[in-house]
Design a protein around this ligand. Structure first.
Ligand code: ZN
Length: 379
């Protein structure tokens, strides 16, 4: 069992949480690299834990909680006030704890004072990033992974993630017997010369948590490339399913297409008439870009952008250029070395059509899995 809060410790803990939230600084003025949490089980005595001996505070929390012999039949309420957001590994560990059969009645409320772990990149103090050892890409990957961990934790039925906000600050002050005057004084001193205020931080944190919990949000690029890939799924080409999605300058989808045979019977896939074998199929197939262009229902494609799952061939490139497409965003380019594809590069460049590879413009989301299990949407 953890020691109850020692004399002077609560002041420190409060300062730590308070200062971290405002300034990302610990009480000794150093950039914060540690986590401090205060937890209470069933309105009992508050206890302070921090990251020690290479173990994160949340892991120490889990171990302390496991030491408690919890009665299965009794609902246990655990409140956690923490100056940081759980990292991926900690979130997973807490989920393991919450999932344990004997803890099925545990309810955990986590009040986070900052999303430091998730936003490491943005935690820059005096021009010095907190995570010096990581390169930007690594740091982004880690921050995505941490966000994913937190999201899973937030989705857990036995866990609630909350922003400090007024009530939590009041509760914490009360728990730690800090007086309002002291608090106001700290607030004045720590926010001096700093354009952030506690209230703004709380509001921003609230928005961030909302954003994280709404995992359904995908980026614009993911959306349009996703529609292109989804369209490709309609293709019966056994060799390669290709999709295209054309959007206008107001980010509205104006047409989609996938590779399929020329239409003989309206609304049919016309597989009966032509072979899918190479090279014969080439004489009868309409590429995704062509189908998208002709499916535009009379809308002008001037100034539009096309998302294609595969770099366009020369025939489609001609069509795209003639239609007034100003930008091509492609996913795969594994055919780019072929002669006719070289012609595509050449024409697009000469015409001044902006050509971008998907992975260069949506790096943050690269490789992210987008699940489309319809049942999930019904929840
Ligand atoms: Zn083509």
């Amino acid at each position: 069992m953890a020691e109850n809060i020692a004399e002077g410790e609560k002041e420190k803990a409060f300062d730590h949480i308070f200062n971290t939230n405002l300034n990302h600084r610990s009480w000794d003025g150093e950039n914060v690299r540690d986590t401090c949490l205060i937890y209470i089980v069933d309105k009992g005595e508050p206890k302070i834990l921090s990251n020690e001996e290479g173990k994160h505070a949340e892991i120490n929390l889990k171990e302390e909680l496991l030491k408690d012999d919890m009665d299965m039949a009794v609902q246990r309420n655990i409140q956690v006030y923490i100056n940081n957001s759980p990292c991926r590994a900690c979130a997973d560990e807490l989920i393991v704890f919450l999932d344990m059969e004997k803890n099925s009645k545990v309810h955990m409320e986590i009040y986070a004072a900052s999303l430091y772990n998730i936003k490491r990149k943005s935690c820059i103090d005096n021009g010095e990033p907190h995570v010096n050892s990581m390169d930007e890409k690594e740091s982004e990957k880690e921050s995505d992974s941490n966000a994913e961990g937190l999201r899973k934790l937030m989705e857990h039925p036995n866990c609630e993630m909350r922003v400090f906000k007024e009530k939590a600050w009041d509760d914490l002050m009360h728990i730690l017997e800090i007086h309002q005057e002291d608090f106001n004084e700290r607030y004045e001193t720590t926010s001096e010369g700093n354009d952030r205020s506690r209230r703004n931080e709380d509001e921003r944190l609230k928005e961030d948590l909302k954003d994280i919990s709404q995992k359904k949000i995908i980026s614009w690029h993911e959306y349009f490339m996703g529609v292109a890939f989804l369209s490709a799924k309609r293709s019966k080409d056994p060799n390669r399913q290709v999709g295209a999605c054309i959007i206008n300058d107001e980010r509205r989808i104006v047409a989609t297409g996938y590779n399929g045979f020329v239409e003989l019977d309206s609304g049919s896939d016309n597989d009966a008439y032509f072979p899918w074998t190479k090279p014969d199929k080439h004489r009868y197939v309409c590429h995704a870009e062509m189908n998208a262009v002709v499916n535009r229902h009379g809308t002008s494609l001037k100034g539009c952008t096309v998302y294609v799952t595969l770099f366009p061939c020369n025939e489609c490139t001609k069509l795209l250029i003639q239609s007034g497409i100003k930008e091509v965003i492609y996913y795969a380019d594994d055919k780019a070395a072929k002669e006719e594809f070289k012609a595509s590069w050449e024409m697009l460049e000469l015409k001044g059509v902006k050509l971008r590879e998907y992975k260069d413009l949506d790096g943050k989301y690269q490789g992210r899995r987008i699940n489309l299990k319809f049942d999930d949407f019904a929840k």
